[in-house]
Design a binder for this molecule. Structure first.
Ligand code: ATP
Ligand code: MG
Length: 235
């Protein structure tokens, strides 16, 4: 069954069409990766799913309910949470305050689970979030989104700007989060790492999905190798 199902989604900013008929499914329990170069509409897609941008046409259903153009807080309440592009943590608040704010009405009940998944954060609860390293800030961003116990987690470029070792750590965390029963839709420019953990993947170009399939098959697709894996199929 599809937990998230997007059909013919169109989004425009004024006269400019950003998404031109996007259809995509996230099967329950899976990791789905969206790949694509700068400016093709990946973040716009994530923001529209989350209710931050309005869709002009098409439909999105989540757990069987139509959610396109619902207010963002109602979508979160249904169990769909986003770790946004650029992290957007509250720099002048502590790590713990960021987590508790992320929980909203759900309260701090998830803190113990978060500390187990992110021991690095557990060691820095009183530290200002702005003083965390880039990798720690990314972990805080993901942890904050998990405070609501979502069924679906949206991750927008979680590995951006991180050193290879931290990229590996973040991807390992994504795998563990899925193992706890959270489905994941991840946008990444690190195609190689994303295709390694994903079950399914889609490639966007200019507001459309131009290629989609099982991640294992896309890994071996010469079009992907050429455009996103630096010409090497395996590595
Ligand atoms: N709020 C907005 N107002 C006007 N144009 C926007 C807005 N949000 C996005 N766009 C435009 O939509 C297009 C797609 O942007 P988007 O951020 O979705 O791309 P992206 O694939 O996430 O790129 P990147 O990989 O650089 O993050 C861009 O041309 C961008 O300028
Ligand atoms: Mg983006």
């Amino acid at each position: 069954m599809s937990l998230l199902s997007i059909r013919d989604l169109c989004v425009a900013m004024g006269p400019q069409e950003i998404l031109r008929g996007v259809s995509l499914d996230v099967p329950d329990g899976s990791i789905v990766a969206v790949l694509g170069s700068n400016g093709v509409g990946k973040t716009t897609l994530m923001r529209t799913i989350s209710g931050i941008y309005r869709g002009r046409q098409g439909s999105i259903s989540f757990a069987g309910q139509p959610i396109l153009n619902l207010p963002a807080h109602r979508i979160v309440a249904l169990g769909l949470c986003q770790a946004p592009e650029g992290r957007q943590i509250f720099s002048n608040m502590s790590v713990r305050e960021n987590l508790v704010l992320g929980a909203g009405d759900a309260g701090p009940g998830e803190l113990d689970r978060i500390y187990t998944l992110f021991p690095v954060l557990a060691e820095r609860l009183r530290q200002n979030a702005g003083s965390l390293s880039g990798g720690e800030q990314q972990m805080l961003c993901i942890a904050r989104a998990l405070m609501r116990r979502p069924r679906l987690l949206l991750l927008d470029e979680p590995s951006l700007g991180l050193a290879p070792k931290l990229v590996a750590l973040i991807f390992d965390l994504v795998r563990r989060i899925r193992a706890e029963g959270v489905s994941i839709l991840i946008v990444e420019q690190n195609a190689r790492a994303a295709l390694r953990i994903a079950d399914h993947a889609a490639v966007m170009e200019d507001g459309r999905i131009v290629l989609a399939g099982k991640a294992a098959e896309l890994r071996d697709d010469p079009r992907i190798a050429e455009a996103y894996l630096g010409g090497h199929v395996h590595g």
